[in-house]
Design a protein around this ligand. Structure first.
Ligand SMILES: NC(=O)c1ccc[n+]([C@@H]2O[C@H](COP(=O)([O-])OP(=O)(O)OC[C@H]3O[C@@H](n4cnc5c(N)ncnc54)[C@H](O)[C@@H]3O)[C@@H](O)[C@H]2O)c1
Length: 252
């Protein structure tokens, strides 16, 4: 990708060992960004960072469980200590958790989904904004889901958490619109990353594709292209949005 807008920008990505996060890191490395990568999967994260460094990227990788506020805060601090600032943050770490009917969903299922998907984003936004305020601005992208703007059948806990991500996003965007900090969310439909192909949703791809007006699932690269558009420094008047990347499902 030859997008000069990202050259030299310091970009933090959580869940960077996974599908969307890893691909986004690779695209931004090609564009000359300095990367700060976090994931709770320390081995996967180190593999990812090593690959990127081999191709010449400037990468700091630090294991980070986003359910632990101190680790989220430490990742932001590591970005500042290595590169002096934080221009862009992508709160992408997430997990589906239980896939079962709402009436069978337990308190533990709900707690898990909220901790990873909602509290993790809340902690990230809080510490990233504190840093961005000290340096005069920045951009944040929170990864929600199509289940964050509509129903998530058999995904009640995940859907609740991804709805919360949009509430955090909109509130932060409005509170910090005059601080030159943009905050947006992205809401993808199912895409064949490990989350879909290795998790509890494995084997459902054909059925899920049939639910889209395009009659196919989005490639991870198509989701990442929309992520890049939202965080681009050129995209300076878009804030507080929850962009569906869903082949038109939400247009019905
Ligand atoms: N793939 C899809 O179909 C889809 C659709 C909508 C939204 N999403 C969202 O996109 C984001 C990225 O998912 P993906 O599809 O790349 O899945 P993935 O499973 O490939 O990647 C998720 C990454 O998050 C990491 N992670 C999980 N819990 C964590 C924690 N507590 N702390 C730090 N890291 C943690 C995992 O180790 C993994 O590397 C998630 O927020 C997911 O909910 C995915």
């Amino acid at each position: 990708m030859a997008d000069a807008a990202f050259a030299g920008r310091v970009v933090l990505i959580t869940g960077a060992a996974g599908g969307f996060g890893g691909l986004l890191a690779a695209r931004l490395a090609e564009a000359g960004a300095k990367l700060v990568l976090g994931d709770r999967d320390a081995a996967g994260l180190e593999r990812r960072a090593a690959n990127l460094r081999e191709s010449g990227a400037d990468v700091l990788a630090k294991p980070c469980d986003v359910t632990r506020e101190a680790e989220v805060e430490a990742l932001v601090a590591a970005a500042v200590s290595a590169f002096g600032r934080l221009d862009i943050a992508v709160n992408n770490a997430g997990a589906t958790g239980a896939v079962k009917p709402l009436v069978e969903t337990t308190e533990a299922d709900l707690d898990f989904a909220l901790a990873v998907n909602a509290k993790g984003v809340f902690f990230g936004v809080r510490h990233q904004i504190r840093q961005m305020l000290t340096q005069g601005g920045g951009a944040i992208l929170n990864v929600s889901s199509l289940a964050g703007i509509g129903a998530g059948p058999r995904l009640a806990a995940y859907s609740a958490a991804k709805h919360a991500v949009i509430g955090i996003t909109r509130t932060a965007a409005v509170e910090h619109a005059r601080d030159n900090i943009r905050v947006n969310a992205i809401c993808p439909y199912y895409s064949p990353t490990p989350l879909l192909s290795e998790g509890p949703l494995a084997g459902r791809a054909d059925r899920l594709a049939a639910g889209s007006p395009m009659k196919r699932l989005p490639e991870p690269a198509e989701v990442v292209a929309a992520m890049i558009a939202l965080i681009s420094p050129d995209n300076s008047y878009v804030t507080g949005q929850a962009l569906a990347v869903d082949g038109g499902i939400s247009a019905y």
